[in-house]
Design a protein around this ligand. Sequence first.
Ligand SMILES: Cc1ncc(COP(=O)(O)O)c(C=O)c1O
Length: 439
Amino acid sequence: MGQLENLYNEAREYLVGGASAGQRYHKILGQPLYLDHADGCRLYDVDGNSYIDYHGCAGAALYGYNHPRLKAAVDKAVEKGFFMNFDTKYHVELAKLFREFFPSAEKVRLCNTGSEATQGAVRLARAYTGKDIIIRFDGHFHGMHELVWYNHNMTAPMDEYGEVETTPDCPGFASSAKDVVKNVAFNDIDALEHAVEKYKDQVAAIILEPISFNCGCLVSSREYLEKVRKICDREGIVLIFDEVISGLRMRPGSAQLYYGVTPDLTTAAKAIGGGFSIAALLGKDKFMQKLNPLGSTIMSGTYSGALMPVLAAIECLKMAKEPEFYDHIDGIAEALYGGMNDLFRKHGIKGHVRGVGARFAIYFGVENPEDDYDFRKVAGQMDAETYTKFTRECLTHGLFFHDTAGATSPAHYGFNIQHTMKDIEITLDSIDRIFGRIK
Ligand SMILES: Cc1ncc(COP(=O)(O)O)c(C=O)c1O
């Protein structure tokens, strides 16, 4: 029995299911992957196996592991006393940097996780408008709390107007919580218009992932987002872009810059901290003024803006400003996604890869459509058997793709800025062999 299995047996005595977070369980592996350490773009497990990482800590590890500039940021925080619950000049420096990537960031409020940020955004929108209803989109994900966690990993019944029955993703929510959350088809402006009319004068906010990596890699269009923006302006609804994954992920650094559409509020997390626990609610001044200490809407926490993640985030944002940063991401993306799509064709396996910047999805069983993606259509075509074989073979070929078995949409994967062209070459050679075995 290897250390991986031993540790699992011991862990199960103390941690629920042997994992400190439920989603860490890798169903195909039959347990979590326990690491000894990680470096660059590689993970090293407790049995001494190494893997080129394509999980990227669910998107948090855009800067890879052991990055010297992030290590230096940690050292600086240690030297300064690694305190929290106080602000510094570094907090101001970080807030200034946010504005360069997120035009909506007239003001910044820090927190620790994406879920906290979306919770704050919804609360602020309700406080500002005095209305209750939140409109969200079918398949999108905004964190695991009952203000927003509906209709992610499922295809609930949809009516003829594109409104989908609001259904919690998890038991334990108050049964009335879903009454103030409405769920509509994404990329369908008529569906949104219909819902806004139906719930006229009751809608506080529309929240969306401008690029939904939680639906695999479901992009939107500038035209659609511009129309959503207009609806919000017309109806006095707060527009929230959830950029927890898309933030910093691709040139020019956020989806709002990429599409040229500015929301009222933005939530950011994951890549902005390079693996340290930091998130942010970014917003236009007139909304953010409602937050304490200026206003009466409270958003605060013991660890909000702790020094270590703040110093790490400053380095992350500074790196993303350097000209070669997105050149490298674009080069790796083209080589990896193009190379994998060639391998799909070479082996005659039905499926394709789709990515934006450093995050992507593998659609086993789904032909590459020319235009937009319908999340529901894709869900119906997914080839779970080939996905499972692929993910299992990757483990023995030194590639790590986290298993989200049973997901309605393909998982989002990613590479980090420490992946090199050589790593992509090794990856594609391995996938060539894997595809040869599983087809
Ligand atoms: C778009 C989006 N929003 C919010 C969250 C929640 O972030 P966290 O896991 O940091 O709470 C996630 C997490 O995956 C996410 O993908």
